[in-house]
Write a protein that binds this ligand. Structure first.
Ligand code: HEM
Length: 372
């Protein structure tokens, strides 16, 4: 069926085969009350369990309630199936200590070392109003209406406790997270996700994806750290670039997606060969160039209309999961920011970092219980 189980040892939406659509939201917590925050997380968890099973957000539903009160579901998903919906929650650095240094909820001592703020990367043009956040929810589904419905209902349930800080819609997964999936393409027209970490690679996932208690934060055992980067792609400039140069920039062929100098998509890139140029993206991002670090990428394309200058406001909403951003995203992105030939066509405009805890074990458990 098209239902992804909500309960389990790890959160769904990480190694779950990437669905086709995304609605990602970051919230600010606006209450001062820890109790209200915890109650909202319980209410969210119950609603998430229902919605991922294809049901209304509330027990009564969109149309069966009394006429005098707003319904406990907004209604736009009536008649739609679960569509593979997953909801994945994460906690940002500011939940533990806000921008003014205040420990609003008594959580500062529990902040994982791995949740250290990302550094400024060369070339960054980050807009703070669409970055950061105390809590994120990643909604993925094969129907955009289902993903939007889920986020909308969580925002509705959270009224007075959280407010939406920013959100992003995405389409056309730009990664495969299972060997059972074919590799999709990003807006540069290249296959994206070929050399990604995949659900079947259990040893690599243990080493690179899932946090364990010994990493320093017991409540993050079975969890993973999410880095989001909204990356504007200058597609009009790209489209005037020759095919050969495009392939040199990526380090792979445009058709097959094979490493330059090799024949097939899944051939291992030969980095000893000079056919993959020194500033090619795959050379700089490859594990052997980055002390063995592997990321699980789970990004989506976006087009947010046009920019008023005759160009599409388009790009990649990059999402990566890892056991520790300090050893994974940060060194890889430093390498890319300094040397990647692709930078001429890119602009990083938003950035997010969130600690996504382990899965919810059953109806008595809730998102973040181990933290609170
Ligand atoms: C590989 C595109 C940003 C990390 C690739 C590939 C493409 C691509 C086409 C080759 C196919 C594949 O193996 O998936 C892009 C575009 C980006 C972008 C268009 C920006 C808009 C990033 C960022 C990171 C990153 C920000 C991490 C900091 C990687 C990694 C690989 C990869 C780890 C696999 C390298 C390997 O093991 O061979 N990317 N990428 N990419 N990219 Fe990116």
């Amino acid at each position: 069926t098209d239902q992804v189980p909500f309960y389990g040892p790890v959160q769904a939406g990480i190694v779950t085969p990437a669905q086709d659509r995304l609605h990602f939201v970051a919230f600010d917590v606006v209450t001062k009350s820890r109790e209200q925050l915890v109650q909202m997380l319980k209410d969210w968890t119950a609603a998430a369990a229902r919605m991922t099973a294809g049901k209304d957000a509330g027990e009564i539903g969109a149309t069966a309630g009394i006429l005098e009160a707003p319904p406990d579901d907004t209604g736009e998903a009536i008649g739609l199936p679960a569509a593979g919906l997953t909801l994945t929650v994460g906690f940002g650095p500011t939940l533990f200590r806000d921008a003014t240094g205040k420990d609003r909820f008594g959580l500062a001592a529990r902040k994982p070392a791995a949740l250290a703020d990302l550094p400024h990367f060369p070339g960054d043009t980050i807009d703070a109003t669409i970055s950061g956040g105390d809590i994120c929810v990643q909604a993925c589904a094969n129907d955009p209406q289902v993903a939007v419905h889920a986020i909308r209902n969580l925002a509705r349930i959270g009224m007075g406790v959280v407010s939406v800080r920013w959100s992003q819609l995405g389409f056309g997964r730009t990664s495969s997270t299972s060997t059972a999936q074919t590799t999709p393409r990003n807006l540069f027209g290249f296959k994206d996700g070929t050399a990604n970490l995949k659900a079947e690679e259990t040893d690599l996932l243990r080493e690179h994806l899932w946090a364990v208690a010994d990493d320093g934060s017991d409540w993050m055992a079975g969890g993973s750290y999410l880095v989001s980067r909204k990356i504007r792609m200058m597609i009009e400039t790209w489209d005037r670039t020759s095919l050969g140069e495009q392939e040199d920039i990526i380090g792979r062929t445009k058709g097959e997606g094979a490493p330059i100098g090799q024949g097939r998509e899944f051939d291992e890139p030969d980095l000893t060969s000079t056919s993959i140029l020194a500033d090619a993206h795959v050379r700089l991002a490859h594990p052997t160039t980055n002390s063995g670090a592997h990321l699980l990428r789970r990004g989506y394309n976006f087009v947010d209309g046009s920019d008023g200058l005759g160009r599409l406001n388009a790009g990649l909403f990059f999402i990566a999961y890892q056991r520790d951003p300090r050893t994974h995203f940060v060194p890889i992105q430093l390498n890319l920011a300094r040397h990647d030939a692709m930078n001429e066509y890119l602009r990083h405009v938003s950035s997010g970092l969130f600690a996504c805890p382990a899965g919810v074990s059953g109806p008595d458990d809730f998102w973040g219980r181990a933290l609170f």
